[in-house]
Write a protein that binds this ligand. Structure first.
Ligand code: ADP
Ligand code: MG
Length: 265
C-alpha cells in the first residue's frame, strides 16, 4: 500500500506546489509509482504538469463531493510513473458543499482507498488554508511535509499548523506523522537565509530535513513548460536537490539503503 504524504503550510508562496511536483517527479524517476493529488482550487500542480485546469472535466472535487470513482479521474502525465488527480476552481465550493455531508473530514481518504494499492507514493499538494479540504488531506495522509521558506517571518503560522496537526492526530488520524520540515528557497549569499536555517534547525532539530532546497531559477521556470524540473534541466541545482530529498525520504522509510542508490532513468 502506498505511502501518502501531504505537503502543507497555510502560508502561500512557501514552495508547497514546487515541492509536490518535483518530489513526486523525483520519486517517479527513482521508479516508484507516484500519484500527485492537487488539493488546491488554484490548481497550480495541475497546470504545472501541463494540463489546463479550465479544460479538466472531472477533478478531485467530483471524487470528494459527488463520489465519482477516483480511478476514472486520474490522468497520466508525460513523465513516466507519474499520475495526476487534477484540481479545478470548483474545489472552492467544496468546503461549503461538504459541510452537511456525512464523514466530511474523511471524504478524501475514502476516495483514495480504492487506488492506494496502485501507487508506492501519493503526494498531496495542499491549499494555503487550514480549511476543510486541508483537513481532509491531513486525515488521508500518513505523514506531512512542511515547507518553510528561508525568508522573513519563516516561522510565522507554524505554531498554528502544528496545533492543527496535533488536533487531527488526536481526533481524526492517529497515524499522522511529521515526515519533516523542508527549508526552501535558500540563498547561499543571503545572511538572512542562513539565519533562518539556524533558527529553524535549532528549534525543530531532527524534524528538519538535511536536504535544503536552494533558490533556483529553473524551479520557477519549469511550471510554464508544464513539466517537472527534472524533465527540463536534470542537471540543475533544483532538480538535484529534489532528487536528494526523495532519496532522504526513501532512506528514512527503509526503501533505499544509504550505500545503494537507485539509478535515475
Ligand atoms: P505555494 O504552493 O506554497 O504557494 P509555490 O511552490 O507555488 O508555493 O512557490 C511560490 C513561487 O515561488 C512560485 O512562483 C515558484 O515558482 C517559486 N519557487 C518555489 N520554490 C522555488 C525555488 N526553490 N527557487 C526559485 N523559485 C521557487
Ligand atoms: Mg501551491
Amino acid at each position: 500500500m502506498g505511502k501518502v504524504i501531504a505537503i502543507a503550510n497555510q502560508k502561500g508562496g512557501v514552495g508547497k506546489t514546487t515541492t509536490a511536483i518535483n518530489l513526486a517527479a523525483s520519486l517517479a524517476a527513482l521508479e516508484f509509482r507516484t500519484l500527485i493529488i492537487d488539493a488546491d482550487p488554484q490548481a497550480n500542480s495541475t497546470s504545472g504538469l501541463g494540463f489546463n485546469p479550465k479544460e479538466i472535466e472531472y477533478s478531485i472535487y467530483e471524487c470528494m463531493v459527488e463520489g465519482i470513482r477516483t480511478r476514472d479521474i486520474i490522468i497520466q502525465t508525460d513523465f513516466p510513473n507519474l499520475d495526476l488527480l487534477p484540481s479545478h476552481i470548483d474545489l472552492v465550493g467544496a468546503e461549503i458543499e461538504m459541510i452537511n455531508l456525512k464523514n466530511r473530514e474523511d471524504r478524501m481518504k475514502d476516495s483514495m482507498d480504492t487506488i492506494r494499492d496502485d501507487y508506492d507514493f501519493v503526494i498531496i499538494d495542499c491549499s494555503p488554508s487550514l480549511g476543510l479540504i486541508t483537513i481532509n488531506s491531513l486525515t488521508a495522509a500518513d505523514s506531512v511535509i512542511i515547507p518553510v521558506q528561508c525568508e522573513y517571518f519563516a516561522l510565522e503560522g507554524l505554531g498554528k499548523l502544528l496545533n492543527t496537526i496535533t488536533i487531527i492526530q488526536s481526533r481524526l488520524n492517529t497515524n499522522l506523522a511529521i515526515e519533516g520540515i523542508l527549508l526552501t528557497m535558500y540563498d547561499l549569499r543571503l545572511r538572512l537565509s542562513n539565519q533562518v536555517v539556524n533558527e529553524v534547525t535549532t528549534h525543530f532539530q531532527s524534524l528538519v530535513f538535511d536536504t535544503i532546497i536552494p533558490r533556483n531559477v529553473r524551479l520557477s521556470e519549469s511550471p510554464s513548460y508544464g513539466v517537472p524540473v527534472l524533465a527540463q534541466d536534470a542537471d540543475s541545482k533544483g532538480a538535484i536537490s529534489y532528487l536528494n530529498l526523495a532519496r532522504e525520504i526513501l532512506t528514512k522509510n527503509g526503501l533505499l539503503s544509504q550505500d545503494h542508490s537507485v539509478g535515475v532513468s
